[in-house]
Ligand binder design. Structure first.
Ligand code: HEC
Ligand code: HEC
Length: 365
């Protein structure tokens, strides 16, 4: 575009403004910061392939486990259990399945942040003996190569022939699909960021004011002026969650000190004491013992049970516990009336937003 003369300059600036505002509108979701890295919209063939992989039970040792077994769209991609159950039907894991919504805004993954990219995380469950139980890359790729739908899917996404498909393609497709799982536009977003003053009830507004004000929740479950992630992407410890393991600490620490990354991951998945170490298992910094990622509270009304170990059954009890212990850690006990606690719960229930792929079913044989 040429912008020589003054008249042309004005036209030029106007079209530039139009271009920029249209461009940013494309990646905007009410209540979320502008997307840092949502590639699913740009690469639909990759995201579509990732969706196929995500819901496919055939990619497991017994043909019954898919990613969606533990990350059910209807429950905001959690599984409704305290702790997940994988390939070994009766054996509970050590942690609560987190929501997979808005991962594009997350700096690290898992309750302890032990994975730093989605690409490095998504193959883990496929090869874990307690999740999908596949024996390795060849096992995975042999299964994939049996199906014409995958031949077409990988060809469309990566322009590769079946024999050229690698586990990196699988990881890339799954990660792209996950980054496209965006949830925003809750009633709270419409009230706070959409200028819709009737979107929240009087009690919910009272809850919001407590949340960002006197109750201090937003220190960690962040709410900003332009958008809200309801997490600071940081790790925080509650002394109580670790108190019951304190006497076993030296032994537990010794067991993890020489473990490789893969060994450590399996220990975290199968050993409650090691899982309870939280962020410490990753950093070995004593202050991180029992520290866990602040979960986003978006869609929290549909993600029960709560906390890293699923130990809290209802939203009311989760709020009660948070009020009690977070105040204690701060050295300023927080006293709220029953009405105020209920107002906080009501506000959290207004954080349920759009959930993608809600009606998508698992794919079996
Ligand atoms: C047996 C249940 C189970 C299966 C199957 C499973 N997951 Fe998970 N997933 C979990 C649990 C439990 C965690 C939390 C583990 C932790 O924090 O240590 C998790 C964590 C994650 C995270 C990190 C989320 C965050 O907020 O940090 C991602 C991403 C993820 N899973 C993707 C997948 C994908 C992709 C698949 C399929 C290839 C899959 N999961 C299969 C149970 C499962
Ligand atoms: C110091 C940081 C911090 C403050 C302050 C804080 N939280 Fe949390 N919150 C966390 C962390 C970390 C977790 C996860 C703890 C765990 O898994 O053991 C959590 C978990 C929760 C959960 C469970 C969510 C889930 O998906 O499992 C709810 C609900 C919650 N907080 C609400 C609140 C409310 C309401 C307040 C204010 C009264 C509050 N929090 C104050 C850090 C904080």
């Amino acid at each position: 575009m040429k912008c020589g003369a003054v008249k042309q300059l004005i036209v030029c600036l106007l079209s530039l403004w139009l271009f920029v505002s249209l461009g940013s509108a494309a990646g905007t979701h009410l209540g979320l910061p502008s997307a840092p890295f949502v590639d699913a919209e740009d690469i639909p063939a990759k995201a579509e392939l990732g969706r196929m992989l995500f819901f496919d039970q055939r990619l497991s040792a017994n043909g019954r486990v898919s990613c969606a077994s533990c990350h059910v769209p209807e429950f905001a991609f959690t599984d409704g259990r305290a702790r997940s159950i994988g390939i070994n039907d009766s054996v509970e894991g050590t942690r609560n399945a987190p929501s997979l919504l808005n991962l594009a805004w997350q700096g690290s993954f898992f309750w302890d942040g032990r994975a730093s990219t989605l690409e490095s995380q998504v193959l883990g469950p496929l090869f874990s003996p307690v999740e999908h139980g596949l024996s390795g890359a060849e096992d995975l790729l042999n299964r994939i190569r049996q199906y014409k739908s995958y031949e077409d899917g990988f060809s469309a996404a990566f322009s590769v022939l079946p024999q050229q498909i690698s586990q990196h393609h699988v990881a890339s497709a799954l990660a792209t699909y996950l980054r496209g799982l965006v949830s925003a536009d809750s009633r709270a977003d419409r009230y706070m960021y959409g200028a819709d003053s009737s979107a929240l009830t009087k009690t919910e507004i009272e809850g919001l004011n407590l949340f960002v004000g006197r109750a201090g929740c937003a220190t960690c479950h962040k709410v900003d002026t332009e958008a809200a992630l309801y997490t600071d992407n940081q790790f925080h410890a509650l002394p109580v969650s670790f108190a019951r393991f304190a006497d076993k600490l030296p032994g537990v620490i010794e067991r993890i000190s020489n473990a490789s990354e893969v060994e450590l991951a399996l220990m975290i998945q199968t050993d409650l004491e090691i899982a309870a170490l939280g962020r410490f298992a990753v950093t070995k910094v004593p202050a991180h013992i029992g520290a866990f990622r602040t979960p986003s509270l978006r869609n929290v009304a549909i993600t029960a049970p709560y906390m890293h170990d699923g130990s809290i059954g209802s939203l009311e009890s989760a709020v009660e516990q948070e009020i009690y212990y977070r105040g204690l850690v701060d050295g300023r006990p927080l006293i709220l009336t029953l009405e105020e606690k209920l107002a906080l719960v009501d506000f959290l229930k207004a954080l349920t937003g759009f959930v993608p792929d809600k009606n998508h079913q698992n794919h079996a044989n």
